[in-house]
Write a protein that binds this ligand. Structure first.
Ligand SMILES: Cc1ncc(CO)c(N)n1
Length: 217
């Protein structure tokens, strides 16, 4: 079993809850209300800011150029097509990009900031692997539905499924699997705790999205 498989196996219940969520099921079936998607997007756009900084930091800490390049390309994807997706959604749903930051978003921002400031590649990867792998897991079964949905739902599935995105997740997991082999017991304990906390926060973020974030107008 790879290190990342092992880490996932330790948090099976939260993992399953986050990847088979009522929020993403409704999103994929086109039954999610505009208001719930709007609230999610306003909060997730704030998540993305911290995510971009964390990914940039991981790129800076990659051991070689070959290890950095796929991460840098993914950074380009987030700052390109994904950022544009957010801006198009906000315009279509007629909501501003700024909203008061919800506690569930703040918790994630704090974890990402902590990982960033740790200066430790394996801690950064622990959060990045969880964030992208959970999205690949929930979105992949719905890949075929994307085209029949309004773009603000369908493109969110497309951005998190398919071969290209699977390769991003494989790259991030491989970076963490490789780093894991070099870690001592203490460092592994910290990776395990960071990974578990990220999974828990993904679940909490979807719970709050499904309950409905307040939408700033
Ligand atoms: C909260 C959260 N986790 C993961 C992703 C995937 O990048 C996202 N957009 N938002």
């Amino acid at each position: 079993m790879s290190a990342t498989q092992h880490l996932q196996s330790l948090v099976e219940e939260d993992w399953h809850a986050a990847t088979h969520h009522a929020f993403t099921n409704a999103l994929a079936h086109g039954t999610l209300s505009r208001d719930k998607m709007a609230g999610y997007l306003q909060q997730d756009y704030q998540f993305i800011e911290g995510f971009v900084r964390l990914l940039a930091s991981a790129v800076a800490h990659a051991p070689t150029l070959a290890d950095a390049v796929p991460g840098a390309q993914f950074l380009g994807l987030i700052c390109g097509p994904e950022n544009t997706y957010f801006l198009r959604c906000l315009q279509a749903l007629e909501i501003p990009p700024t909203a008061p930051t919800a506690p569930e978003t703040i918790a994630f921002q704090q974890l990402m900031n902590q990982a960033h400031r740790s200066g430790r590649y394996e801690i950064m990867l622990s959060v990045l692997v969880v964030a992208e792998w959970i999205y690949l897991d929930w979105a992949s079964p719905f890949e075929d539905r994307a085209d029949d949905l309004p773009f603000w739902l369908g493109e969110w599935i497309t951005l998190h499924s398919g071969d290209g995105f699977a390769q991003v997740v494989a790259y991030l997991r491989n970076q963490l699997d490789t780093a894991w082999d070099t870690l001592d017991h203490d460092a592994r304990t910290q990776v395990t705790a960071t990974f578990a906390e990220a999974v828990r926060l993904e679940r909490v973020f979807f719970d709050a999205s499904w309950a409905g974030f307040a939408v700033a107008k």
